[in-house]
Design a protein around this ligand. Structure first.
Ligand code: ARG
Length: 580
């Protein structure tokens, strides 16, 4: 598609001396209000070199551009120290509509990541612990980041680093042997295993020998003892069944479930490497890497009894991923509570001499708390993700019936909209912000919510459904760009049509910005903008008019809007129902 920013940079490069094209492109701004133009160039930085006041420079530049850029500009004007540029509306409109219809589901995608692999680790719940509302953040944000990178042409690998190893499994094994029932575990694996875990802690307060017993059980598990291994495997399988149910509801999949246990046989090598590099030190029987010089507590590599830790497994995992995937980037979508942990082990990788340490990136997000306090597994104060999703679907079902929503499958619509509402709300705020989970908020369907955006999409579908003929002609028009047999877009000269076209034009930029900043909320925001612009167009303009050419032009813009909303929702991990 025409890259206006780039074109403007080329034009300005000729007019301005001493500034490079890329530099200029980065300086070009998009004014907050469209009466200030579609693009603006600030001249303040040039004042010193040119020994002129910015307004004077702006006036000069605007004058010269008028001639040179006449092909793309309707007008250019100097306001204050800015050159405001107004594009020719039909140039932008036809470029956007043709491209959106031609590329369809691929509109907004690029090849910028071609040949580069990005490992996206996300979700990573702990086996035998609840998949609670806190995990939704990593799951939903990570999935969106993965989709964005894959849309930008990167080859992505979705990894679920399951918390399926560690001393807590010793506790669970002991608890199961003492108080467990196979039937209970099979019926309600996570809830039952969690009960064992909680009970273990209660009993261990009275009887300290339990801790020692658990430690031994985990040591046997690490050494590969058959009985412990079988129990562990069974706990893992049963838990994974429950997790899979949630992933299926969210429509999320993974390429690898290599969790912590996967690295249990790769620890020896990590220890050897650390030793070789002279990084290991002994401290009270434990092996550590001293990080004092970087103002961090030591990284605890093995305990007194030789068993490895969470951080050891992360070091092994990073090395494995580099060797196995040869990643360009290896990113971790994990809560900000683990900031220190990531800084520690990434530093250790760097000290080991791996020059790719800087390609490992922790993408933190803020805490979710409940209205009555911080979530706590031990205190039993958790909201289960599956309950949230089920309740959202149920509540949506009521609304669908109450509002007599246009659908021939109430259950399906309730599922698409209910789950979508949860995902959208999760991706609406900057990810680093803490937030308090509230049922009222998540099920509020008014305002800038997922259901609102989905509804706008369904509305566009409905317009395009009402007129039976145009789909074929639209496709034809799209295929030959804006040629003679194509569309006459001069019919859509209204302000709201142009604002909509601009929002559609910016979609590919929003994709890249959201991806590069690891911030899906940028895309969420943009999808809301598109939906609002489309609704305004829908209200301001009569689309299905008598004049066939005018109607076709307006339907083409409607189809482009539908496509962009659909693509945006898909990247966020949501469905786009056609009727609502
Ligand atoms: N299982 C951990 C938790 O639920 C998250 C794992 C994060 N990933 C990692 N590579 N350390 O807290």
């Amino acid at each position: 598609m025409i890259n206006f920013r780039q074109m403007i940079a080329v034009l300005l490069e000729e007019v301005l001396e001493g500034l490079g094209r890329d530099e200029i492109a980065a300086m070009v701004e998009i004014p907050a209000e469209s009466r200030m133009g579609d693009y603006a160039f600030p001249c303040f930085r040039l004042a010193k070199a040119m020994r002129k006041a910015p307004p004077l420079i702006a006036a000069e530049v605007a004058g010269k551009l008028g001639g040179a850029g006449a092909e793309i500009f309707e007008k250019t004007e100097a306001v204050g120290g800015y050159v405001n540029m107004f594009l020719k509306k039909d140039v932008l409109l036809s470029a956007v509509v043709a491209e959106a219809l031609e590329k369809g589901d691929a509109y907004g995608s690029s090849e910028m990541g071609r040949g580069r692999k990005v490992v996206v680790e996300f979700s990573s719940p702990n086996i035998a612990k609840p998949f609670h509302i806190g995990h939704i953040r990593s799951t939903v944000i990570g999935n969106a980041i993965n989709n964005l990178y894959s849309f930008m042409g990167y080859d992505t690998v979705r990894v679920n680093h399951l918390g399926d190893y560690g001393t807590q499994f010793g506790k669970m094994i002991v608890a199961y042997r003492k108080w467990g029932s196979r039937e209970d575990v099979e019926n309600q694996p996570i809830k039952t295993l969690l009960e064992y875990y909680t009970r273990f802690h209660e009993e261990a307060e009275k009887d300290a020998s339990l801790e020692e017993e658990a430690r031994l059980a985990f040591a046997r598990l690490e050494q590969g003892a058959v009985e412990e291994r079988e129990l562990w495997q069974w706990f893992r399988d049963e838990s994974l069944k429950e997790f899979s149910r949630v992933y299926a509801m969210l429509g999320i999949g993974f390429d690898s479930y290599a969790g912590e246990s996967f690295y249990s046989d790769k620890m020896g090598r990590v220890l050897d490497l650390l030793r070789e590099k002279g990084l290991l030190a002994e401290s009270e029987g434990a092996q550590i890497v001293d990080l004092e010089a970087w103002d961090m507590p030591p990284a605890l590599i093995t305990k007194k009894d030789g068993s490895t830790l969470y951080i050891t497994r992360d070091i092994a995992a990073a090395i494995y991923r580099k060797e196995h995937y040869d990643f360009y980037k290896n990113i971790y979508v994990v809560a900000s509570q683990q900031n220190l942990h990531f800084r520690q082990w990434i530093k250790v990788i760097e000290l080991m001499g791996f020059d790719w340490a800087g390609d490992c990136e922790h993408i933190p997000f803020g805490l979710v708390s409940l209205e009555d306090g911080v979530m706590s597994t031990r205190a039993g104060r958790v909201v289960f993700l599956e309950d949230v999703l089920n309740r959202a679907v149920e509540r949506t079902r009521e609304i669908v019936i109450e509002k007599n929503v246009n659908t021939d499958n109430i259950d399906e619509t309730a599922r698409q909209v209910g789950i979508g509402a949860v995902i959208f709300q999760e991706l609406s705020n900057s990810k680093i912000k803490d937030y308090v989970f509230s049922w009222d908020k998540i099920l509020n369907f008014e305002g800038e919510t997922g259901p609102y955006v989905q509804y706008s999409h369904a509305r566009a579908c409905s317009v395009l459904r009402r007129d039976a003929g145009p789909e074929g002609r639209l496709a034809e028009a799209a295929a030959c760009g804006n040629g003679a047999t194509g569309l006459d877009l001069s019919y859509i000269a209204g302000e709201s049509a142009y604002e909509l076209a601009k929002a559609l034009y910016r979609f590919p930029e929003a994709v890249v910005e959201a991806g590069e900043k690891y911030e899906p909320s940028i895309l969420t925001r943009h999808v809301v903008d598109v939906a609002q612009a489309f609704n305004k167009f829908y209200h301001d303009e009569h689309i299905l008019v008598e004049n066939e050419d005018e109607k076709l032009a307006k339907l083409a813009l409607t189809a482009a809007a539908r496509q962009v909303i659909r693509n945006g929702l898909r990247l966020l991990g949501m469905e786009a129902p056609e009727r609502m």
